[in-house]
Design a protein around this ligand. Structure first.
Ligand code: SAH
Length: 395
């Protein structure tokens, strides 16, 4: 029996507009008893074929579209072709001289919902985030091996999203010989050792690649405060760019240690780098009370909001740190501030930062708006894919 997901009357608009998500509330019925992750034919209330989707029986997002072409077969050749297209695009946008660490597959935005693949030098790190992606696991791994020529693959499906899909978390070696140690990568000529086994995300924040370079171009002679530094990404670029000093703050002492190691690895001056383990919210308050000031401040916090519903709480967090940062900036100073919360739109983020400047009593202007690197594209009909927003503000 054919596996069919039928939409309710009047609930087919999003699918027709090529949005990949079908929410449970839009589903009239599911026929043919599809198993978790299986491909279902999506039809309108009147039975018109609208395409094919991966079935997620446990998630509020009940199915994710693989294709909007009712005549397209979702099979091994289809998966292979989608991955080929994604990998090919990165060769152009992130050539080897720029970096050997690149996101090869960016889920929905590459037409592969739930699949994330990051390349770190000779390693591939994969995340199967949805039932549909999990269903095609072996096909995906075969395609990756044949399209990249790489055989060492590590899994980092240790994410909350899997729980919502009714899938267990899963990590470990999938292919190749021997567990990965630190993987040395280069990015714009700087070297980093990436912990793909237990580092944050898949080990490194690839989406900030181009924004890190920008910071390297505006920090010569400056006293820099890098908040939420992780393993020193922005710090390294600022030091190479001639910063007088860089103070990096993160709650993870381990990440800071790695940051200090990165300074040595790149032959940069360790005396110009200071590392402070702590909560940025508290550190900024303390610095304000002490009357400290900086020429450049970077704020790259973790996600404060997963969803639009949590945006309110997130807004308070962003307002707080941006307000404090504006107070710590010297005249002529520059704040480089980010939000990677999906639920916070670019428009809302700019409003929050404007409110922070107002309350801090500074007159500021936006000189650049920033976004995620091109190996994190945004599918035209999936605005949710645009999650990273940045503002460069000068006072
Ligand atoms: N800018 C980094 C990535 C930052 S990721 C880069 O380019 O690589 C966010 C970081 O914030 C993580 O390292 C996490 O450990 C840290 N973090 C989360 N909450 C924090 C808090 N309240 N105070 C300080 N650091 C925090």
């Amino acid at each position: 029996m054919e596996k069919i997901l039928q939409l309710k009357g009047g609930r087919d608009k999003a699918v027709r507009q090529m949005h990949p998500w079908i929410f449970s509330g839009a589903v009239e019925s599911v026929q043919g008893d599809p198993q978790i992750g299986e491909t279902v034919r999506v039809v309108s209330a009147s039975g018109e074929g609208l395409g094919w989707a991966g079935y997620s029986p446990h998630s509020q997002i009940r199915a994710r579209m693989w294709t909007w072409d009712p005549d397209q077969a979702v099979n091994e050749a289809f998966i292979h072709e989608r991955i080929r297209r994604a990998v090919e695009m990165r060769r152009f946008w992130v050539p080897a001289q720029v970096s050997d660490a690149v996101r090869l597959v960016h889920a929905e935005s590459d037409g592969l919902p739930g699949l994330v693949v990051d390349r770190y030098a000779d390693w591939l790190v994969v995340q199967f985030l949805t039932a549909g992606a999990e269903y095609w696991r072996e096909t995906i791994l075969d395609a990756l091996r044949s399209l990249t020529g790489l055989s060492q693959i590590y899994e980092r499906s240790d994410v909350e999203a899997r729980r919502l899909e009714g899938l267990p978390g899963r990590t470990g070696l999938l292919s190749g010989s021997g567990e990965p140690g630190p993987v040395r990568i280069q990015e714009h000529g700087l070297q980093f050792d990436v912990d793909v086994k237990s580092g944050q995300k898949t080990g490194f924040y690839l989406d900030q690649r181009d924004n890190r370079r920008l910071v390297g171009e505006i920090t010569a002679g400056c006293q820099v405060l890098n908040c939420f530094s992780y393993t020193g990404g922005f710090t390294l670029y600022a030091l190479r760019g001639g910063a007088e000093s860089v103070l990096s703050v993160d709650s993870s002492a381990e990440a800071l240690e790695q940051g200090a190691a990165h300074v040595r690895l790149n032959g940069l001056d360790p005396n110009r780098a200071e590392w402070l383990a702590g909560d940025v919210f508290q550190v900024l308050r303390k610095f304000r009370d002490q009357g400290r000031s900086f020429n450049r401040i970077i704020l790259d916090p973790p996600k404060f909001a997963q969803t639009a519903a949590q945006a309110q709480r997130a807004a308070r967090g962003y307002k707080d740190i941006n307000l404090l940062a504006f107070k710590l900036l010297r005249p002529g100073g520059i704040l480089v501030t980010f939000s990677c919360s999906g639920g916070v739109t670019a428009e809302l983020f700019q409003k929050i930062v404007a409110g922070a400047a107002l309350d801090a009593g500074v007159e500021a202007r936006i000189v650049r708006t920033l976004t995620q690197a091109p190996d994190h594209p945004v599918a035209m009909h999936f605005p949710e894919g645009a999650y990273l927003k940045g503002l460069v503000c000068q006072v």
